[in-house]
Write a protein that binds this ligand. Structure first.
Ligand SMILES: Nc1ncnc2c1ncn2[C@@H]1O[C@H](COP(=O)(O)OP(=O)(O)OP(=O)(O)O)[C@@H](O)[C@H]1O
Length: 624
């Protein structure tokens, strides 16, 4: 895929509607207990933390100064307040100590609940996204979007966790603090409260501007990070090629360009933050200074300008404390906004992935293939790679790589596909496993259209050895057992013996427990192939697809592989893609493909007699 072409993933990502709302409806509902406990405990923690400055102000006026102010607390009926200075002092002490204890306890509860909630969601997002990924069509992976997808499982799930953990709780804290403080201040002295809170609309305006301005920059940064991941991954995958072609400088520059994009886009985000954060600090500071100026003047000289009434020292102290209290949560607004924006972009990506439709799916009424005899037929099968994922249809005649292919193999037959590279041989056989679905025509097994079968019963009945054998990091035994996880050790050995792999496996350091390394790098190509064959022996399917590797192995290995292949195909319907024609002279039918079409078919002898393409290929190979 070229970088200018919009990826399938991007197309679905931009269509995600209200990603954060969807985050809650998808993942929040089933965990609402943790969330509610967290939110309520947070509410109590913040409310309790507002009490000490209020009690302090009341105590200063009623107990420590001689201005005759009675002891009264907002929202508390006067009948509950004890008479007598000493009792009121102890009440103040109890209230202050109690509210600190309550703040501590509720903070602990909300921390635990919020963490539990956020991490459970992160876990669910990761596992769901990976499961979705496995369900996607092969065409998605042909788009080479692995970096993007890795970013979803790593960064995006992490961003959502940070958002649910910090941003959500901090926004509640902000609302409670600013709302609670505003309420208390207005109750105590509405005129001075106006001075203290005059900065709030400006703070809200600045925040609104910031949120709007930073959103596209966040998206840019996340895309840049994804591109960087893809680049690095590619670079690591291709390290051998890079070294052998002396292309280190070239590869380094490519990664460096991608890293520079990340740098640039991060700076784009930071540049806005540079304006926003100090702006917030300044506004919050101004609010504090104005309160101190007006309140202090009021106490010293009397009400300034149009202010009127009385201001007590206790109220002034409460104001000063409270102003500081709301500066801290407000200064966090930028962090909250940061986290919300990046969570929004992350949720968009998580649900963008979730929304990509899979085309190769099972019908609701799919039937189980059971134990098939292994009759396989293709009826006018055509296929184009593009139309699987393209909204505009695609798959025009020119794009088809398999064209109107028909064939019939009886149970136990061996059918060989030969032809020039790129003729469509592998593609034609991948259709038999529904790695892709046909564009036109149908593929049948024992008379069933394979699209009517359950995917599991189809694929367990078709053994597939691809051109490049993939091994997972793990032991040799794990790799043979892959797909038949409950196979006994003896069955694994037997399969290895049938594939003539037993001998070399026993010679490795830990035998069947030897680790093969990532992608099986610690084994040779021929050894990997034999392990792949052992895997298919263990699977024991009635139908086989063998995509012969073009990579050269030594003659001895080749013979060993050929012997195992012969053994493997005995009694099974076998499709083999052959590059060396000598391996298929005994096939029941040989199909010669050219540009997606079957141009010749027949037995080896028939095709030689016909003197066509096959005959000339044969002549070329035997002369060599
Ligand atoms: N995943 C893919 N996405 C898009 N096009 C593809 C994909 N795989 C193969 N093609 C194209 O389809 C055509 C047929 O490829 P295919 O691998 O089936 O050929 P082949 O005959 O098996 O070749 P070879 O002998 O080299 O393995 C080629 O033009 C190839 O470029």
């Amino acid at each position: 895929m070229s970088s200018t072409e919009e990826s399938t993933f991007d197309r679905y990502r931009v269509q995600v509607d209200r990603p954060l709302v969807r985050l809650f409806s998808t993942y929040g509902r089933s965990r609402r207990l943790w969330l509610s406990v967290g939110l309520v405990a947070n509410l109590f923690a913040q409310a309790a933390s507002l009490l000490p400055p209020v009690v302090l102000g009341v105590a200063i006026d009623a107990l420590f100064s001689s201005n005759g102010t009675p002891y009264s607390l907002p929202l508390v009926p006067q009948t509950l307040i004890p008479a007598g200075t000493e009792a009121q002092f102890w009440l103040s002490v109890a209230l202050i100590a109690g509210s600190f204890v309550a703040t501590g306890v509720f903070t602990w509860i909300y921390g635990v609940s919020a963490n539990q909630f956020a991490h459970e969601v992160m876990y669910a997002v990761r596992t769901d996204s990976f499961e979705k990924l496995l369900a996607l069509d092969m065409a998605f992976f042909d788009d080479k979007q692995t970096g993007e997808v890795m970013a979803i499982l790593n960064n995006d799930a992490g961003n959502l966790e940070a958002f649910l953990d910090n941003a959500l709780m901090n926004s509640l804290r902000l609302v409670v603090m600013v709302g609670g403080i505003a309420f208390i201040l207005f109750t105590l002295n509405a005129q001075l409260a106006l001075v203290t809170l005059v900065a709030v609309p400006a703070i809200a305006g600045l925040t609104w501007w910031f949120m709007r301005a930073i959103a596209p920059r966040y998206r840019q940064r996340q895309s840049a990070v994804a591109r960087f991941n893809t680049r690095v991954e590619n670079g690591i995958d291709g390290v051998e090629l890079t070294k052998t072609t002396n292309s280190e400088a070239y590869e380094r520059d490519r990664v460096s360009d991608a890293a520079y994009d990340v740098f640039q886009s991060t700076m784009g985000v930071l540049k806005l933050s540079y304006l926003y954060r100090p702006g917030m600090e300044l506004l919050a500071g101004l609010s504090f200074a104005a309160t101190f100026l007006v309140g202090g003047y009021w106490l010293l000289v009397g009400p300034p300008l149009w202010f009127s009434g009385e201001l007590t020292v206790g109220t002034f102290v409460t104001f000063v404390f409270m102003t500081q209290r709301f500066v801290a949560p407000l200064a966090e607004v930028s962090n909250i906004v940061d986290q919300i924006q990046s969570a929004r972009a992350s949720a968009e990506r998580v649900f963008g992935l979730a929304d990509i439709p899979a085309h190769v799916t099972e019908r609701d009424d799919a039937t189980d293939l059971g134990d098939p005899r292994g009759r396989v037929s293709y009826h006018g099968v055509s296929f184009a790679y593009r139309d699987r994922m393209q909204a505009d249809g695609g798959g025009s005649e020119g794009e088809r790589v398999v064209r109107n292919v028909s064939l019939a193999a009886e149970s136990g037959d061996t059918v060989a596909l030969v032809g020039a590279t790129g003729a469509g041989k592998s593609t034609a056989l991948k259709l038999l496993l529904r790695l892709y679905d046909v564009t036109d025509g149908e593929v049948r097994i024992d008379g069933h259209d394979i699209r009517d079968l359950t995917l599991a019963s189809l694929r367990s009945n078709v053994g597939y050895v691809s051109q490049d054998t993939f091994l997972f990091d793990g032991s040799i035994a794990d790799n043979i057992r892959y797909g038949r996880f409950d196979a006994s050790d003896e069955a694994v050995r037997e399969a290895a013996r049938a594939a003539e792999a037993d001998e070399f496996i026993e010679r490795t350091a830990d035998g069947y427990e030897t680790r093969v390394g990532e992608r099986g790098v610690r084994l040779s190509g021929g050894q990997r192939q034999r392990i792949a064959l052992a895997r298919v022996f263990l699977q024991d399917p009635p139908i086989l697809v063998l995509d012969e590797a073009t990579s050269a192995v030594d003659t001895e290995t080749e013979r060993a592989i050929q012997r195992s292949l012969d053994r493997l195909s005995e009694g099974r319907t076998t499709f083999v893609i052959a590059h060396r024609l000598s391996t298929v002279v005994d096939a029941d039918a040989i199909l010669v493909l050219d540009d997606g079409r079957v141009v010749e078919r027949g037995s080896h002898d028939e095709l030689l007699d016909a003197g066509g393409k096959y005959a000339s290929l044969w002549a070329a190979q035997t002369a060599a």
